[in-house]
Every structure is written in structure tokens, then in C-alpha cells.
Design a protein around this ligand. Structure first.
Ligand code: MN
Length: 716
């Protein structure tokens, strides 16, 4: 284990201005806090953070990172608080340690390795400070190096997680060295036999081939020198894991894999890269489809190099990578190399793609500390990742809500969602989800998508599903209504109604099906009379005037398209079939009221209560009066009754009023303040009720309330 002064010396060797005092204090703090805790290896626990700090010095990170590395497990594993760290080591260290602690908690939440890709993104999105990610990787690297001390059943899980999540993450930020080491250890753990047989085969080839690698290196080196290119050639056998992966990909046996050796030519500048490539290709046969130019087109993680495959010296198939020293550093150390480069006042190439933004900060920052401080990972900050109760991870656009989440799980979950528990608590459906939230969707078969949702959902899937449902649902309603209107109109005129007749007039209404016509009539785009006239052009319209669209079927909207064959008659006796009917807005008739029908011009029959003041206007026109009454069948309503209420002008009075009405099964559908004084509100309240008795009950309940000083049914 690194001793205290050794660690400090290491940091000072590349950063003479390092905060020696903070390093010393952090070392001692970690040692004290972890105290007698032991690793499974039997080592004192604090050897782990010390080794992690040691790995971080290999990336040449600033002293803030090293300090945070030393402290990275204190909050999670000891009684230390983030506040304590803040007061002793400052904001930055505290923030990084806090970030690492949160990552550790998220790690425990994720039960499912199938979602490695989303989990990697979550880690990236949560590692706002790039140092969080670098320390996390160093932490994992040390845990992998000491994996053999763990219990066997734990090992496989950790190794798999490393292969699924951390090795690709290291690759994503360009840290090739870390990636390779993580993969090798995990591979050895997970596929011991494959690892050993590949290793054995490599040993055999090495003995057989009388050590080809050095021979080929010196041949290539000479080729470069003879052509005047300054180059450093190195070579190695490929790692067992990369050989194994190639075997999997190509479904090949080890014997069939010919290029198990890889060589690297490192030159001074980009021009020399292409020169070196020219030399290789002119001297050796190229293997088709193995050439890749990542200098002109770098990989998304910023990797640059030229790759080619040739039948090389000794007549062996080999892979050659050609790159500059800078490209090499970036390939091996990734994002950390940028920092190291800046320290040497060398600014690396600006084509590093996703890191370009980071580099801009790097260029503007006056010192490396500032660079790392301002380096926020901008990756995936347009996304948010949330867990299902089973630990599956769902990735969504930023500002997504539980409804978006529900639709992302399955459209049937979205369609029936009624509520959501976020991290165990019931929250509104419009709540904006945060990274790492655990979301449980509550569903009910009775629920349908709501147009309300359309105002806050952000995913296309949710929006499309909601609109599709609403459209289909409305159309169903229009079809039902249109058919009823047509049947009534025809019967009223004693004409035969059949769907065959409708087929003949489809083109008249630009309709493609009979349902189209029903829908148009139901929606009021076409009147029932228009349809009748199309079928019987010679028929003379009845004297009662045009049938218009404002026709209300009781219960309409509740059960679309039940059984269209037996359209229910309106539950009012004495009406002329086919006439449009509506309840007058002046007196709001309810079942139980004595009613009268008035034939209006152009609006069908208006139903009034017998005592409505408006009826005086029609006193001289008896031909307009229809003698009607409520039918015997129970009418489901709802009907709207209007109340006039005087309410105390005090806090909570309106709430009390609406609660009282709701508790009596009434539903307020409109509320108007007509007058307001210091002590009273005068309100008109429209309430949906079953019938007159229901309204009377509500009035009685309101009269008993202390906030209501006066209430009556309103007939104006
Ligand atoms: Mn750790």
C-alpha cells in the first residue's frame, strides 16, 4: 500500500503546485474514519481508498481529485457526513464525494444487467463533474484487481457488471488502458476455461513461432527507417479477451484466427501517419476490408488512429495501428490525457468530438483546476433515467412525467394509468421525473387516456396514444348519435330507413362508409335532412323545419356505441320523433319537474319547466306548445340544475361548498360569482344531478351549512 509521503510525492511529481496539506489531511482522515474496518482480503479498509488515489495519480489528476479519491467511501461506509467533508475539504471535494455516494446508491437499485446501456447513460448523466466518473472507474479498477478475495458467488456478478457497464464506460470516455484491464480481469473470472485455453494456445504459438513479435517489430522498424520516417514500433499479442470476442463475433475457432498479433507504429505528426501507411501497403499485401482511417473520421469517443491488416513479415497476418504520440496518449488515457496535456501547455487536437465542448473550456480556463471544475459532462443531460419497481431502467427525454413513463413501459399501462408512486410516494401525474427516480404506475381498467395529459406529456409515444384514443372515442360517439338522428328523422316522416339506401348516397357526402355518414351527421357537419333529401330527392320537407344537430341523447358520452340496432327513445313522452331537443338554459328542467316543450325556429324543441318566466313570450302562439312529460324509465342523467347561493366571504367557504355538494354526489359543472361584498359572495352554481329530488337534497344539505346563508333553485 502507498504510504502517505509516497502518495504526496507522486502527485507533486507531475503537479508541483498540489495542495500538500489537503492530501495529508485526507489521507489521515480516511485512515481514521475507516478505522478498524477490514477488506475481504484482510487488509485494513483504508488501503482501498489509498490505492484508488494511487490509480488516479496515473491519470495525473489534480489534488482535488486525489483528495476526493481518498475520501470516496467515507460517506457511504462510515458515519461521515457530506457537511463534515465540506467544512474540512471545501465545496468541490464535498460535491464529488456526494456524487460518488449517490452513484453507489443508484448501483444498488439497479437489479437488472440487461439494461447496461441505459445504466451507463445514467452514470454519465449523474456524473456532472467528470472527476466523479474518473474516480468511479479507478474505484472499480481497484475492486477488480482485488476481486479474487471476494466470495465466489459475488465475483461473477461483479465481473459481469464490469463487462456490461464499466469497461464500455471507460471506452466511452476513451480510457483504453482501464478498459482493457477491466475486461481482462472480468473475462478471466467469467470464462475461466476459455481464458486458460486461449492462454495455452498463445503459449504454444509463441514456442512454435520462435518468438515472432520481436522479429516483426524490427522488420517494420527497418522499413520505416529505410524510407526516412521516424517511428517507434511496438507489438504485442492481442489480449485473450479481445481474441475471445473476435472468436464470438466471427464464430471462428482459435486456429482460424490468424491475426493474433497487433503492432503499433507511433510517429511524429499526422503527415507521417499516412507516409507510414504508404510504406506498409507498398511492402505487404493488404488484407481486404481491414483498413480503417479513424484520423479523418474519429470514433465518437475521440479515438484517432489508422488501422490496417496486412500479410506482414514472416508471412503472417498482422494488424497494424498507426498514430501520433498525442493520439496514442488520448487513446490510452482518454479524457484524463487532455488534462495532462494542458499541464504541459500542449493543447491536443480539436477534433475530439463529444469532448469538444470540454476542450473549449480547457482552452479558456487559465489553469487545470479551473478546467476540471468547469467540466460538466454534457452527455445525456437531455435525458432522464428512471427505475421500474423491478429495477428495470427506462430512458426518457428530459421533463418526462409518469404518464410518459407509463407509455414507455407499455401502451396498455399508459392507457389505464390513474396515478403514480415516485420513490414510494403518491405524486401527481404531471410531476417531472428526476434521474434515478423509482416509478410505480397505478392502473385501473376503468381509466382512459385523457386530453388533460396532452398538456404535459413530452414523449411522442404518449402524445400519439392519447390523440389516437380521443379521436377514436369521439368518432364512436358521433357515429352512435348520427345513426339515432337519422333513424328518428326517417321514422318521423314515415319513410323507410335502411342502410342500403345510404350506400347509394355515399359520394354525395364524400363518405367512404355508412359509419362516415353517421359520424358526419353526429358531428353536425351534415344534417339528417340533407341525407334524407339525398335519398328521396322528391320528398318535401315537413313543416316543422330543419332538423339540426343540437340533439341530446340522455347518457350520451357515457357509453359510446353500445347497441346501435336498438337506439333508445328519448325518455320524454309526447315529443315528435326526429325533432332536435334541448333543455332550456333558463330554467334547467330536471326529472321530477313539470315540463313543457316549445317548438323553436331552427333549434328544435326546447324543454322548459312549467313555471319558467320565458314561457310568457309564447303565450300567443299555442301551436308551438307541446304537451310533454318525463318518461317512466329511470333516467340516468346527468341533468344540470342551477342554484343561487349566498356564501360567507371567508377563507375556505368555497371549498366547504364544493365539498358539501360532492359529498351529496353532485358534480359542479359551472360556477359564477355574480356579486361580491365584504361579507358575502352571491353565486350561481350549476350542479349535475340525477333529478329534482337529488337537487332538493343538495339544497337541504347546503341550508344546514354555516357558510351558506341562503340557497335556492334558480330559474332565471
Ligand atoms: Mn470504493
Amino acid at each position: 500500500m502507498l504510504r502517505q509521503y509516497e502518495l504526496v510525492d507522486l502527485v507533486k511529481s507531475y503537479d508541483p503546485n498540489a495542495d500538500e496539506d489537503a492530501l495529508n489531511r485526507a489521507y489521515v482522515f480516511a485512515m481514521k474514519k475507516h478505522g478498524a474496518q477490514l477488506r475481504t482480503s484482510g487488509d485494513p479498509y483504508y488501503s482501498h481508498p489509498v490505492e484508488v488515489a494511487g490509480i488516479l495519480t496515473k491519470f495525473k489528476l489534480d489534488s482535488t481529485s486525489i483528495v476526493a479519491g481518498l475520501l470516496h467511501d467515507t460517506v457511504e461506509d462510515t458515519d461521515t457526513s457530506v457537511e463534515e467533508i465540506r467544512s474540512l475539504f471545501g465545496d468541490q471535494v464535498a460535491q464529488i464525494v456526494d456524487g460518488l455516494t449517490k452513484l453507489a446508491m443508484i448501483e444498488q437499485k439497479s437489479a437488472n444487467n440487461k439494461q447496461a446501456e441505459n445504466f451507463r447513460k445514467l452514470l454519465l448523466a449523474m456524473s456532472e463533474d467528470i472527476r466523479v466518473l474518473l474516480i468511479k472507474l479507478a474505484d472499480r479498477l481497484h475492486n477488480m484487481r482485488t476481486l479474487h478475495y471476494c466470495a465466489p458467488e459475488k465475483r461473477a456478478r461483479i465481473a459481469k457488471e464490469t463487462l456490461d457497464i464499466y469497461a464500455p464506460l471507460a471506452e466511452r470516455i476513451g480510457m483504453q488502458e482501464v478498459k482493457t484491464e477491466l475486461e481482462e480481469i472480468a473475462f478471466k473470472e467469467l470464462h475461466k476455461e476459455a481464458y486458460e485455453s486461449i492462454q495455452a494456445r498463445l503459449n504454444f504459438l509463441r514456442e512454435q513461432g520462435s518468438n515472432l513479435v520481436p522479429k516483426i517489430i524490427s522488420r517494420l522498424q527497418k522499413d520505416m527507417e529505410e524510407n526516412g520516417v521516424k517511428a517507434a514500433v511496438s507489438g504485442r499479442e492481442k489480449s485473450p479477451y479481445s481474441i475471445w470476442r473476435k472468436m464470438q463475433q466471427k464464430n471462428a475457432s482459435f486456429e482460424q484466427l490468424s491475426d493474433i498479433m497487433a503492432f503499433r507504429i507511433i510517429v511524429d505528426d499526422v503527415a507521417s501517419c499516412y507516409q507510414a501507411l504508404g510504406i506498409v501497403h507498398s511492402k505487404y499485401h493488404m488484407v481486404p476490408r481491414r483498413f480503417k482511417d479513424y484520423i479523418s473520421t474519429p470514433k465518437p469517443n475521440g479515438y484517432k488512429s489508422i488501422h490496417t491488416g496486412v500479410i506482414g513479415p514472416e508471412n503472417t497476418r498482422i494488424e497494424i495501428q498507426i498514430r501520433t504520440q498525442e493520439m496514442h496518449e488520448v487513446a490510452e488515457k482518454g479524457v484524463a490525457a487532455h488534462w495532462a496535456y494542458k499541464q504541459g501547455e500542449k493543447v491536443v487536437g480539436k477534433n475530439f468530438r463529444w469532448i469538444r465542448e470540454l476542450l473549449e473550456i480547457l482552452d479558456q480556463a487559465s489553469n487545470p483546476e479551473e478546467f476540471l471544475e468547469n467540466t460538466k459532462l454534457e452527455m445525456y443531460n437531455d435525458q432522464v433515467f428512471c427505475f421500474t419497481p423491478k429495477g428495470d431502467l427506462i430512458g426518457l427525454p428530459i421533463n418526462s412525467t409518469p404518464v410518459d413513463f407509463a407509455y414507455a413501459v407499455h401502451s396498455s399501462v399508459g392507457d389505464t394509468c390513474v396515478g403514480a408512486k415516485i420513490n414510494g410516494e403518491i405524486r401527481p401525474l404531471r410531476t417531472i421525473l428526476q434521474n434515478g427516480d423509482q416509478v410505480e404506475i397505478l392502473t385501473s381498467k376503468a381509466q382512459h387516456p385523457s386530453t388533460e395529459w396532452d398538456r404535459f406529456v413530452v414523449t411522442g409515444k404518449a402524445k400519439a396514444a392519447i390523440r389516437r384514443y380521443v379521436r377514436a372515442h369521439k368518432r364512436d360517439q358521433f357515429i352512435t348519435l348520427g345513426q339515432q338522428l337519422l333513424e328518428r328523422t326517417f321514422k318521423g316522416e314515415n319513410l323507410d330507413f335502411n342502410e342500403k339506401a345510404l350506400v347509394n348516397v355515399l359520394p354525395n357526402f364524400e363518405a367512404e362508409s355508412i359509419d362516415d355518414i353517421y359520424a358526419k351527421v353526429g358531428e353536425g357537419l351534415v344534417t339528417a335532412w340533407d341525407v334524407m333529401k339525398a335519398i328521396y330527392p322528391a320528398y318535401k320537407q315537413s313543416k316543422l323545419g330543419k332538423v339540426v344537430k343540437s340533439f341530446k341523447v340522455p347518457g350520451f358520452g357515457k357509453s359510446p356505441r353500445k347497441d346501435r340496432s336498438k337506439a333508445e327513445p328519448l325518455k320524454i313522452k309526447g315529443l315528435i320523433p326526429g325533432m332536435a331537443v334541448h333543455f332550456a338554459g333558463c330554467c334547467h328542467p330536471l326529472p321530477g319537474d313539470r315540463i313543457v316543450g316549445i317548438v323553436t325556429t331552427g333549434k328544435g324543441v326546447a324543454i322548459h319547466t312549467i313555471d319558467c318566466k320565458l314561457l310568457e313570450k309564447f303565450a300567443d302562439e299555442p301551436e308551438r306548445w307541446l304537451d310533454i312529460s318525463w318518461g317512466d324509465a329511470a333516467d340516468e342523467g346527468p341533468h344540470v340544475g342551477r342554484l343561487k347561493v349566498m356564501l360567507a366571504n371567508e377563507p375556505g367557504a368555497l371549498g366547504d361548498l364544493s365539498n358539501l355538494i360532492a359529498r351529496n354526489n353532485g358534480n359542479i359543472n359551472n360556477l359564477n360569482i355574480v356579486n361580491r361584498t365584504v361579507s358575502y359572495f352571491e353565486l350561481l352554481v350549476d350542479v349535475e344531478v340525477k333529478d329534482l329530488k337529488h337537487l332538493t337534497d343538495i339544497i337541504a344539505a347546503l341550508k344546514a351549512s354555516k357558510v351558506v346563508s341562503y340557497v335556492s333553485r334558480s330559474n332565471q
